[in-house]
Structures are given as structure tokens and as C-alpha cells.
Design a protein around this ligand. Structure first.
Ligand code: IMP
Ligand code: MG
Length: 207
């Protein structure tokens, strides 16, 4: 079962008796339900708004993983927001990152002298966000901040913390709400841990 001590902040710990049952048969446990995510996104939007005020800013969303998070977060913010997306190489058929991530598709908007907020689904080793921040910085934005829905602090390999964090989670491979395993399960409305027997990429590789 999930150790909810890791959901330390924001009043998210949940007594064992109230932990939700898995909402998908392939999940061993649920970390975050759709309701919990939506609730946290509302407060996260207020935190972001308190920094930018009513000013315009540019969101750089890391696709595919941050698609759902970005869409829901943006709609809680009434600033004149610009949106661009960037695609970085993914884990492929693995549950651990290997080697250095690479930018596969870069930005199209001009972000020079703009306030930029980079959004990703999860901060794990930190290599992906570090790469994207370096790329953005080269384009001379007025400011650069980062926002992630999930933070797996235990796995960090580079010194990097996000400015805005939705939830801190334990070191478990999670899927749902944009996060995938071998490109599957992004469509789940909540976030959970796959059953070990479902973490076999070979099952998907031949399809
Ligand atoms: P990092 O470069 O190690 O920080 O990894 C960040 C990227 O790895 C995220 O954008 C995700 O796409 C992916 N990732 C890391 N942990 C998970 C996970 O538990 N489930 C699904 N994807 C993950
Ligand atoms: Mg990703």
C-alpha cells in the first residue's frame, strides 16, 4: 500500500481506512485520485498567481506527460497565458531513465524577454528539467520558473528543485493523468502504481 507519509504537505495524508480502492484493474495501488489532483491544482494555481499577479507569462509544457496537468492548471489561471510545448525523449519501454534525455521537438514561440513557466508531470532524477531549463535560458527569457505535479525527491541526481510542486511522492513508478508506462495508461483520471506483472514492457513491445 502507498505510504501516505510522503504526501506530507498540503494536508494530503490519508488514514489507511480511507485509502481509495484502485480505479483500474492494472493498478496495485492508488496514490492520488482525480478529486485530490483537481483540488491541489486549484491551490497550485493560486500559488502561481501570487507570483505573476495578473501579468502575462508563457507556459512551456513538456509533452506528452504534462498534457493533462497543463490543461487543467491553465484553466485555473485567468492571466493572458501563452502556451508552447517541447518534446523530450522519454523512458521508452523502461521504468528508469537511462542516459541523457534529448530534445526531440523544440519551441516555436519567441520567449526572449518573456516570463516563462516550464511545466512537467514529474521531477525524478532532474535530468529532463535541467536540460529544458538550460535550453530556455539560452533564449534569454525575462524570468524562468518551473512547476511539476509530482516530485520524487528520493531519486534526484542533479541539484534542481521546482518552484511549484503539486505532490511529493515515494520512489515508485506511477502512471495515469498523463504519466505512462510504454505509452500506456496516460488516460487514467488519477495516479497509481502499476501491478508488478504489468511492468513488463515485452507485453506492449510487439503491438
Ligand atoms: P527525470 O529526467 O529523471 O527527472 O525524468 C523526468 C521524466 O521521466 C518525466 O517527464 C516523465 O516523463 C518520466 N518519469 C519519471 N518518473 C516517472 C514515473 O514514475 N512514471 C512515468 N514517467 C516517469
Ligand atoms: Mg515526461
Amino acid at each position: 500500500m502507498c505510504d501516505f507519509r510522503f504526501l506530507r504537505s498540503k494536508n494530503l495524508s490519508m488514514p489507511a481506512a480511507h485509502r481509495p480502492a484502485p480505479f483500474h484493474p492494472d493498478l496495485a495501488e492508488v496514490l492520488l485520485t482525480e478529486v485530490q489532483i483537481k483540488k491541489r491544482i486549484k491551490t497550485l494555481a493560486r500559488e502561481i498567481k501570487s507570483v505573476y499577479g495578473n501579468r502575462e507569462f508563457t507556459i512551456v509544457s513538456l509533452i506528452n506527460g504534462a498534457v493533462m496537468f497543463t490543461a487543467d492548471l491553465m484553466r485555473e489561471i485567468d492571466n493572458p497565458v501563452r502556451l508552447d510545448c517541447i518534446r523530450v525523449s522519454s523512458y521508452g519501454l523502461k521504468t528508469k531513465s537511462i542516459g541523457a534525455p534529448q530534445v526531440i521537438h523544440s519551441l516555436t514561440l519567441d520567449i526572449a524577454r518573456r516570463d516563462v513557466l516550464v511545466i512537467d508531470d514529474i521531477l525524478d532524477t532532474g535530468k529532463t528539467l535541467k536540460l529544458v531549463c538550460a535550453l530556455v535560458r539560452k533564449l534569454k527569457p525575462a524570468s524562468l520558473r518551473t512547476c511539476v505535479l509530482l516530485d520524487k525527491k528520493a531519486r534526484r541526481e542533479v541539484a534542481l528543485e521546482a518552484d511549484f510542486v503539486g505532490f511529493e511522492i515515494p520512489d515508485k513508478f506511477v502512471v495515469g493523468y498523463g504519466l505512462d508506462f510504454a505509452e500506456r495508461y496516460r488516460n487514467l483520471s488519477g495516479i497509481g502504481v502499476l501491478k508488478p506483472e504489468k511492468q513488463n514492457a515485452g507485453d506492449w513491445a510487439s503491438e
